[in-house]
Design a protein around this ligand. Structure first.
Ligand SMILES: NC(=O)C1=CN([C@@H]2O[C@H](COP(=O)(O)OP(=O)(O)OC[C@H]3O[C@@H](n4cnc5c(N)ncnc54)[C@H](O)[C@@H]3O)[C@@H](O)[C@H]2O)C=CC1
Ligand SMILES: CC(=O)C(=O)O
Length: 352
């Protein structure tokens, strides 16, 4: 039995006519689509472990209308695209494209770059620089050509140096080129502090700044739990806090990636959530503060060159709105400058 299309049962009318377009009674005349809803398009370059974790987290959080995957491997790319498309019944409606050609990225609001070599256990992120800089020469110019107004978010390692490289190759103002930086390290830090104090990580305010890597800086002086500054509270209460414990926590943050890589080969879930968290602040113009890699020249006495490293920064639709004037102790400021020097040592060897 064939019911009418408007009853919502059949898509085919008499004689096999496709009634898809009359399936719903048009209400266009009475209620035009809202012009205020912004169409968000995001491109993820690199459909590897990190790119796919980013893509799937962005999809589940309903952040985009269009998601584009770019990779150099066409079969892997198509397989990943189909696998995500097949989840359409369980996800917010999103158009998913995949291609090795950058024309499909045209008009993206946010381009997230995750392509490139990753470190093996025991290898420093900085060791990846030569391989990934040459990839960036083939990735950044076509992204910019097709999406000249986008924000670029770099994830590939070494993320601070590659954010500088992306900035140079793009010709964009510095506020539109951001590295995911220590947003991930700060989450690891908050998890470890929360675990140590047996509290919820959401209630721990704590930053790792500087390099996303071995020279990162833990800002102990500004840690608070439920708005209570931790160190000054402990000092006032004359509770002996063990400096060694604090240092162990920072060491554990630095060693986190290597531990996961040794155990499962790569890191993916935490960086996926970290990047989706940044994408939300940018696309939804949340103006939230995140520790991300920004052009740091001039901040906290960093004067050695144009270096990107993580500082707590406010993010919105246009990218970086500003860098927070966070208080650093003289020791923390010195560690931050040392971190800048470590990044610049690698960066200055690049022919860029
Ligand atoms: N900033 C951070 O916090 C983190 C950064 N990473 C970095 O992310 C990067 C990717 O890691 P994984 O996804 O685990 O590696 P992966 O090997 O799983 O994926 C890399 C992908 O890049 C693609 N690719 C290579 N050359 C390309 C090109 N020219 N154009 C487009 N795609 C290309 C490969 O085909 C592959 O699919 C690495 O540099 C890694 O170190 C990883 C975790 C955290
Ligand atoms: C691989 C890497 O950079 C991380 O998981 O922190």
């Amino acid at each position: 039995m064939q019911k009418s299309a408007s009853s919502g049962v059949s898509l085919l009318g008499p004689g096999g006519l496709d009634l898809t377009h009359s399936f719903f009674t048009s209400i266009l005349n009475s209620a035009p689509p809202s012009p205020t809803k912004r169409h968000n398009k995001v491109t993820v370059v690199g459909a590897g472990n990190v790119g796919m974790a980013v893509a799937q987290t962005i999809l589940t959080q309903d952040l985009v209308d269009e998601l584009v995957l770019i990779d150099a491997l066409p079969d892997k790319l198509r397989g990943e695209m189909l696998d995500l498309q097949h989840a359409a019944a369980f996800l917010p409606r999103t158009k998913i494209h995949a291609s090795t050609e950058y024309s499909v990225t045209a008009g993206s609001d946010l381009c997230i770059v995750t392509a490139g070599a990753r470190q093996v256990s025991g290898e420093s992120r900085l060791n990846l620089v030569q391989r990934n800089v040459s990839l960036f020469r083939s990735i950044i110019p076509p992204l910019v050509q097709h999406s000249p107004a986008c924000v670029i978010l770099v994830v590939s390692n070494p993320v601070d140096v590659l954010t500088y490289v992306a900035w140079k190759l793009s010709g964009f103002p510095a506020n539109r080129v951001i590295g995911s930086g220590t947003n991930l390290d700060s989450s690891r830090f908050r998890f470890l502090i929360a675990d140590h104090l047996d509290v919820n990580a959401h209630d721990v305010q704590a930053y790792i700044v500087g390099e996303h890597g071995d020279s990162s800086v833990a800002l102990w002086s500004s840690i608070s739990v439920g708005e209570v500054p931790v160190l000054s509270f402990l000092e006032k209460q004359e509770i002996a806090y063990e400096k060694v414990t604090l240092e162990k926590i920072h060491k554990a943050v630095i060693g986190s990636a290597d531990e996961v890589i040794r155990l499962k080969g790569y890191t993916s879930w935490a960086i996926g959530y970290s990047v989706a968290n940044l994408a939300r602040s940018i696309l939804r113009d949340q103006r939230k503060v995140h520790p991300v890699s920004v052009l740091a020249k001039g901040f906290h006495g960093i004067h050695g060159g144009e270096v990107f490293l993580s500082l707590p920064s406010q993010l919105g639709r246009g990218g970086v709105i500003g860098v927070t004037n966070i208080h650093l102790t003289p020791k923390e400021a010195q560690h931050l400058r040392d971190s800048a020097t470590a990044i610049l040592e690698v960066q200055n060897q690049l022919p860029i």
